[in-house]
Design a protein around this ligand. Structure first.
Ligand code: ADP
Ligand code: MG
Length: 438
């Protein structure tokens, strides 16, 4: 268990025994500072908290840690003010004390976020935001498909800031929560409260903002919240399943605000990253699978990490329940029906799938005409035949009605470039491939 997780676990455990009011007073700005074999140091916001915790709650605190760690441990308190660097003192003094630990799931950290080519830019941006919240990348707008790690990364930033700058007031909510809060505030005539709440935070994290689509009142309210937070350099991090321009029924002024910060997409992870993620999840689960078994699972699912993780956990449980070893043979059995390693072997099938996807005739795809709408389908076909079927450029040329191999090379290379830059092309390719293997 890392420090952050230990601390969250501790807060969770001790909260019921301490009572909500005391909890808020004494733990809201309190943090686990360090831990070694036999001593934990906890930093407290002021001498009053230190004294009270020491006098009233020390045995309970020590006992709680002992239970969590499975060993006796001594707890000592220090007052936080003494460690603050001078330039922060003023800022620290005026910040509201706020506990946010309850809302941010400590499970998602930057430390346990596996970095690969599909998400390294987003990860670097996340680190930059943690270093200097509110300054350079505001808002940070993370977008990408389902289960690629948007929420994980956003909460990773939140958790890192909780540790690094515990005095900051962080709000994390789903876009639905924001919408509901807005509707309730109107019904109960409490707009003032809503505004005070959202506009006073230092860090605002809103998940799945695409759901603001069509909600005019919410958008209006959020627009003003956004402006105010930006003016006072409060960091905003937003996630969405698509870039702002593609969110239907979203006001233009919001689109341009969102695009005015740092927009980064997270791609589905490649094979190696999937293997690395599975390895990390195994370690978290406290059980290890052989490399070949990890690879087998990683090759069975190719975009959604949530599903990948779900599958892994199912398999680990099934292996354990039946007392089986985790070799690829057994793992393969449990991958079962959903084991759909893409095995595309038939070039005719590729061509007909591409044709039906683009709604064009095979004779046009393979024919001599050079119409614009035939170019992308041909390039997609060339790419799949080359990358998935590993056909030679000569063979691909033949399959496409006797085209020259240099034409094929050109088309394939063009696609290789496009799929790294053009989201629309990426999506088409994924959809065509999915059709091919289903
Ligand atoms: P999204 O919000 O994009 O739909 P999530 O952030 O909820 O996806 O991620 C889905 C699951 O996959 C979570 O359990 C998350 O921890 C895991 N996950 C996603 N990306 C990574 C990564 N790079 N490293 C480790 N786990 C990841
Ligand atoms: Mg999410």
């Amino acid at each position: 268990m890392d420090n952050l997780r230990l601390w969250h676990k501790f807060l969770e455990t001790i909260k019921p025994s301490i009572g909500p009011a005391n909890f808020k007073t004494f733990f809201s700005k309190t943090l686990l500072k360090s831990i070694n074999e036999d001593k934990i140091i906890i930093s407290t916001p002021h001498a009053f908290a230190k004294e009270t915790l020491n006098q009233k709650h020390l045995p309970l605190i020590e006992q709680t840690f002992a239970n969590l760690l499975g060993r006796d441990i001594q707890v000592e308190f220090v007052v936080k003010e003494m460690e603050i660097q001078p330039e922060n003192e003023e800022e620290e003094f005026f910040q509201p004390i706020q506990t946010t630990t309850a809302v941010i799931n400590p499970k998602y950290t930057l430390e346990n976020f596996v970095v690969g080519p599909s998400n390294n830019v987003a990860f670097a941006a996340a680190q930059a935001v943690v270093q200097n919240p509110g300054t350079s990348y505001n808002p940070l707008f993370l977008y990408g498909g389902t289960g690629v790690g948007k929420t994980h990364l956003m909460l990773g930033i939140g958790n890192a800031l909780l540790v690094k700058k515990p005095h900051l007031k962080i709000i994390y909510c789903s876009s639905e929560k924001f919408m509901n809060d807005y509707v309730t505030a109107i019904q109960e005539h409490k707009m003032g409260d809503l505004r005070r709440r959202y506009r006073s935070c230092d860090i605002l994290l809103i998940d799945d903002i695409q759901f603001f689509s069509g909600r005019e009142g919410t958008q209006e309210e959020f627009f003003h919240t956004f402006n105010e937070l930006q003016t006072k350099s409060s960091q905003m991090i937003l996630t969405s399943d698509r870039p702002p321009q593609e969110i239907a029924k979203l006001e233009d002024r919001l689109k341009s605000r969102f695009a005015g910060g740092l927009m980064i997409d997270i791609q589905p992870p490649d094979f190696d990253t999937r293997v690395a993620i599975l390895r990390a999840k195994c370690i978290e689960q406290g059980s290890m699978l052989p490399e070949d078994s990890l690879k087998l699972i990683a090759s069975s699912l190719d975009s959604n990490i949530r599903e990948l993780e779900g599958k892994l956990i199912q398999i680990l449980q099934a292996l354990k329940a039946q007392g089986l070893s985790a070799d690829p043979g057994n793992v393969g059995r449990f991958l079962g029906q959903s084991f759909r390693k893409p095995v595309i072997t038939d070039s005719k099938q590729v061509l007909s799938t591409v044709c039906s996807f683009f709604n064009i005739a095979l004779k046009d795809l393979t024919g001599p005409r050079r119409q614009k709408e035939l170019v992308l389908p041909r390039h997609i076909a060339m790419y799949i035949l080359s990358e998935e079927l590993k056909l030679t450029v000569e063979k691909i040329g033949q399959a496409l009605g006797g085209r020259d191999h240099t034409t094929v090379m050109h088309g394939r290379d063009k696609m290789k470039k496009l799929i790294t830059t053009d989201r629309e092309v990426q999506r088409i390719l994924i959809e065509v491939k999915q059709k091919l293997i289903s």
